[in-house]
Design a protein around this ligand. Structure first.
Ligand code: FAD
Length: 219
């Protein structure tokens, strides 16, 4: 990822051989209805124009970014990002409906956590069900209590992850100060270097669904 005065760009190999490169960049544009977004995405010339304005009409971007932008295919896609407002409950009053994944907490993709949290929800909920349907011992919590405990644990974790995601989104916004841009690059380099060494953000990537979820079975 590179950070410039006019925003950020990220690129990665898009096939196994590395002969195709995919890249993305976030833009702040006005809100639209569904139809408006379809028109926005259908206007391939307009999308390419936006890229050109950011990456070609200014001398600051390095050659690779400028080359990618100049040579990219015409079928650019636009992904409007939405987030679900924070919900107080993922359970219906009768506990007959439970929402998980994006239905409960869709978040922008800038932290790469949407599918990850959806899988965590599913795994931890499976443990909750196992506990509910396993043979009950006297004094074991009631199903309602188990589900509420599961929900509270998940809501708390997803809140922390959403905060991390929002920080990631903020990093990618345009910044006019050169110092700020240098700091952003250092922050992201550190993030990946520390991650490579197997340290850092262990709370995020080292989540153990059995150990860290409510694990009522142990109580
Ligand atoms: C650009 C982008 C990049 C992303 N990058 C990452 C990443 O790096 N890491 C990460 O962890 N996450 C990432 N995500 C997020 C991730 O894709 C989502 O969080 C994840 O797909 C959510 O899974 P889900 O099963 O909750 O919902 P979905 O994947 O939306 O699945 C819901 C399914 O239900 C179906 N459905 C809807 N209504 C009905 C109905 N009435 N009847 C039957 N079926 C129905 C839909 O067709 C869909 O198949 C990214 C998302 C985007 C857009």
């Amino acid at each position: 990822m590179l950070f410039g005065e006019r925003g950020a760009v990220g690129f990665m190999p898009a096939n196994h051989e590395g002969t195709e490169i995919g890249f993305f960049s976030g833009f702040e544009v006005r809100e639209r209805e569904r139809g408006g977004w379809e028109v926005f995405e259908g206007d391939k010339k307009g999308l390419k124009g936006m890229l050109g304005e950011r990456f070609l009409d200014g001398g600051e971007w390095n050659g690779l970014v400028r080359e990618l932008c100049g040579k990219c295919r015409e079928d650019l896609v636009a992904w409007p990002q939405f987030a679900i407002p924070r919900l107080d409950s993922w359970l219906s009053p009768q506990k007959r409906v439970i929402v998980i994944g994006d239905a409960a907490h869709a978040m922008p993709p800038s932290g790469g956590q949407g599918a990850a949290t959806a899988l965590e929800d599913a795994e931890t909920l499976a443990y909750a069900f196992t506990f509910i349907f396993s043979k009950k011992r006297p004094g074991d919590p009631e199903p309602d209590e188990i589900l509420r405990s599961w929900q509270n644990h998940r809501i708390e974790r997803v809140k922390k992850i959403t905060d991390f995601t929002n920080e990631s989104s903020a990093l990618r916004k345009p910044s006019s100060s050169r110092l700020q841009r240098v700091i952003k690059e250092l922050v992201i380099r550190m993030f990946f270097m520390v991650g490579k060494m197997g340290r850092g953000k262990r709370w995020l990537y080292g989540y153990d669904a059995v150990e860290e979820s409510f694990d009522q079975g142990k109580k």
